[in-house]
Design a protein around this ligand. Structure first.
Ligand SMILES: [Ca+2]
Ligand SMILES: [Ca+2]
Ligand SMILES: [Ca+2]
Length: 134
């Protein structure tokens, strides 16, 4: 009985990362399917910017055309925010926000073609890009 319990425990430990990887892959595929407007199976920067635009509008709850740190939550680090806030007014307008999107897009696209595949969205950098867009 003890042995069975330990085996089941070991199996559950082994299964954990597999499940979360599968979820990340599902999430990535669903995201690509949603925003891949030219249906080539990948996301280019224009498509990613559309997703970023939609999120920007959703997060901008006071509709002042900018996002402050509170509206962005944990999507953007303090350093990224500072670097992107070119006019130093403590908020990001769409153009400023897109500079972060642009950086994360290129970080998540290590083969430096112009598109991101679902599999690239499951890497560490890919997940950071997704975090910014969802
Ligand atoms: Ca596409
Ligand atoms: Ca706002
Ligand atoms: Ca600003």
């Amino acid at each position: 009985m003890l042995r069975f319990g330990l085996t089941a425990f070991a199996i559950s430990l082994l299964a954990l990362p597999v499940v979360s990887t599968a979820r990340a892959a599902d999430n990535a595929s669903a995201f690509v399917a949603k925003w891949d407007t030219d249906h080539d199976g990948t996301l280019d920067l224009a498509e990613v910017n559309k997703a970023a635009d939609a999120l920007f509008d959703k997060l901008d709850v006071d509709h002042d055309g900018t996002l402050d740190r509170k509206e962005l939550g944990r999507r953007v680090t303090r350093t990224e925010f500072k670097a992107a806030d070119k006019d130093h007014d403590g908020t990001l307008d769409k153009a400023e926000f897109e500079t972060i999107v642009d950086k994360r897009f290129h970080a998540a696209n290590p083969d430096a073609d112009t598109t991101i595949e679902a599999s690239e969205l499951t890497t560490r950098s890919g997940k950071r890009l997704l975090l910014l867009l969802q």
